[in-house]
Design a protein around this ligand. Structure first.
Ligand code: TXA
Ligand code: MG
Length: 314
């Protein structure tokens, strides 16, 4: 499918898959309540869990929000286009369907040449959650999207998503920037450019609304653990896949299929390949996937959050 065809379908109120640098999105006209409702239905997602509006440029952001706090300017300048989503007070003209009745809106400028070209050609922003069914593993390739929505579902093919995990979501409250979801931009990188404090709400009560505790989960049971040898020996009769995420050498025997995603202390490769590897393992007819606890810094934080929620023991 070409950008022009994608535009034609979207202008008609239909949905398509779009590539972004983080994960593929299930996109529709954000100002068309019918299209937005279709997104929730197709994903089987509760309608109180709001969607992100994707725009081509900063002017597009300003058209959706009541005001843009000057404290967030540095983040916008450094990270847009890119994997950063901001939650800001919405203009009244933004439909409630999109924001799940909230008076705030989630916005981002994605960093993918094809999707930027598409957005520039449109007269409206694109609502786009990750293009997986509710609680499933996020898609980082066209084939993943079509696994969920059928092989004839229209998807703009932009190749594998470079970042491989979702955008980092920030809010702004009482003069502080608050991380609502860890993602492709580590908190350490945000802090480098921000003059305002950045607070990490991980594990505390404040979170993006409607976020289910379980998410990003393969159909195959997955256990996320810091003692993989215990879990493996307890499940000896089963066909096990082991996802190694640190530089520990566990030395399981050949009956345990081992895949290592560990490469460097900044863990780019872990994030990049995480969802694709989970999709592959989920198709591999294993009885159990054991994933090793990752260290909780830089991109490890986002990976840790995803795997914790994918785990059956969460
Ligand atoms: O990387 C990404 O962000 C991808 C790509 C496609 O852009 N999109 C994505 O969307 O991850 P989704 O729908 O899977 O996750 C969006 C999250 C949800 O947890 C939702 O609750 C939160 O953003 N969210 C959206 N609007 C919000 C709002 N007004 N207030 C608080 N949280 C909000
Ligand atoms: Mg999602």
């Amino acid at each position: 499918m070409k950008v022009q065809q994608a535009k034609t379908l979207l202008d008609r109120g239909e949905l398509i898959g779009i590539p972004t640098e983080t994960v593929y999105g299930l996109a529709g006209n954000a100002f068309n309540p019918k299209a937005v409702r279709m997104i929730f239905e197709l994903k089987n997602r509760p309608t109180n869990n709001p969607l992100i509006a994707h725009v081509a440029c900063f002017q597009g952001v300003l058209e959706l929000v009541k005001s843009f706090p000057r404290e967030l300017k540095a983040l916008a300048e450094n990270f847009w286009p890119g994997p950063l989503t901001m939650i800001l007070p919405k203009k009244d003209s933004v439909p409630d369907e999109l924001t799940g009745g909230q008076n705030t809106i989630a916005v981002r400028i994605p960093d993918h040449p094809i999707t930027l070209e598409l957005l520039k050609s449109l007269k409206y922003p694109l609502a786009a959650p990750s293009a997986n069914t509710y609680e499933g593993i996020s898609p980082t390739k066209k084939a993943h999207v079509q696994k969920y929505f059928g092989k004839n579902f229209p998807v703009l093919d932009g190749g594998p998503s470079k970042k491989g995990i979702e955008s980092t979501i920030v809010g702004f409250e009482n003069g502080q920037i608050v991380i609502l979801r860890h993602g492709s931009i580590p908190i350490e990188s945000l802090r480098k450019v921000s003059a305002v404090p950045i607070i990490d709400y991980k594990g505390k009560t404040l979170r993006a609304p409607g976020q289910a505790k379980k998410h990003y989960a393969p159909v195959t049971p997955l256990i996320y653990t810091s003692s993989p040898e215990k879990i493996v020996s307890k499940n000896r009769g089963k066909k096990i896949a082991f996802l190694s995420l640190t530089d520990n050498t566990w030395g399981f025997d050949s009956r345990v299929k081992t895949i290592s995603l560990y490469e460097d202390p900044y863990k780019h490769s872990i994030a990049e390949n995480l969802f694709d590897t989970l999709h592959q393992l989920d198709n591999g007819h294993f009885d159990l996937i054991v994933a090793e606890k990752v260290s909780d810094s830089w991109l490890g934080k986002a990976v840790d959050e995803k795997l914790s929620r994918a785990s059956i023991n969460n």
